[in-house]
Design a protein around this ligand. Sequence first.
Ligand code: PLP
Length: 427
Amino acid sequence: MSFIPSTSAILNSADPDVGRLVGEEFDRQQTTLQLIASENFVSEAVLAASGTVLTNKYSEGYPGRRYYGGNQIVDQVEDLARERLKQLFGAEHANVQPHAGANANLAAYMALIEPGDTVLAMKLDHGGHLTHGSPANVTSKIWRFVDYGLTPAADDGSGERIDFNQVRDRAIAERPKLIVAGATAYSRTIDARIFREIADEVGALLMFDAAHPAGLIAGGAHPSPVGIADVVTFTTHKTLRGPRGGAILSSAEFAKKVDSAIFPGLQGGPLEHAIAAKAVAFGEALRPEFSVYAHQIVANAKVLAAALSAEGFRLVAGGTDNHIVLVDLRTFDAALTGKEAQEVLDRAGITCNRNTIPDDPRSPFVTSGLRFGTPAMTTTGMGVPEMEHVAQLIARTLRHRTDDAQIAATRAEVAELCRGFQPYGTH
Ligand SMILES: *Cc1c(COP(=O)(O)O)cnc(C)c1O
């Protein structure tokens, strides 16, 4: 079957300005290291589905219940995505329309609780997400968020874990209607069952925000919260390696509430080209190779963590069980901030993000930490030797951060390393 392909030739001739910028970004992604824990490289099939005529179609509503005509085929696309997603996670209900993880979370709150209700979620500077009640986010203006945090850091690395005694104490004291499990910068396994016990003790509902580990869960490299939490939200573009977007899973009990929270509650017409790309990504995640990939992400993160620790960085939570490595820069160099480290690494072709560490003495704009992740590099085929090499490149760049010649040399070495691991080959 043929349809108009989205090729660089079309874009370059029709709009050279946009074509040139996309080309430059393509080169950046192919020649520098992508260590941002929330990023990945989608397959060419996912890219192809994203750039299709499905973007032309209005399809407000759900398959079989649309507000516009002409949705006979789009209905099949969305059903395919929903069925694959339910199969992937063993879920009773799936909604694939959220435009992003933030929308999925907002809709989940709308489905489960009333404005003004209390929600217990992870402290933002301990790893919680903006949509878990940040004062700057709309969620905090609609609901009353209270928080739990991590246990104190310990010399043997056993600290900085979710403090379940605190979760229980706060839940008993605050009587939340909803408890949120899940984080954006937490390198350890999150056990939904402990949250479920606490939620049941206080009569709260449980939402699990799996934005980060969704792909690890799909591949069997992280325990699944599906069937334990009432609602599971996630992004499709992080470890799950799909197009930019969100999704919501729930029990049959909350299906109707979740669907009406997304539409007409929060969004208008769904992005069916993105939903087609989600279907492709879910199909890829259903294959046995995806489980191998998910386990390799974790194996790579453990090697990266150990190698960074050997270079003198303190690992928050003492290491990692997932794809995230959070480092505290202060043991490496007390004067080095997360902001400066991120900027210097960027110049060396090593892309990562600064991150607060638990109880960070510096502001969220400056920070004392860096967050690294292995999903994107693992997609390119990098393994244990490359992770050790990457840790050396990071340490060398930060150790000689005022030496421009050294930074240029590292950038060249990074490009050489990337040449052997190109996500999209040579075009
Ligand atoms: C990334 C993330 C989100 C939001 O996803 P967007 O697609 O950026 O809106 C929500 N929750 C957590 C825990 C995340 O890490």
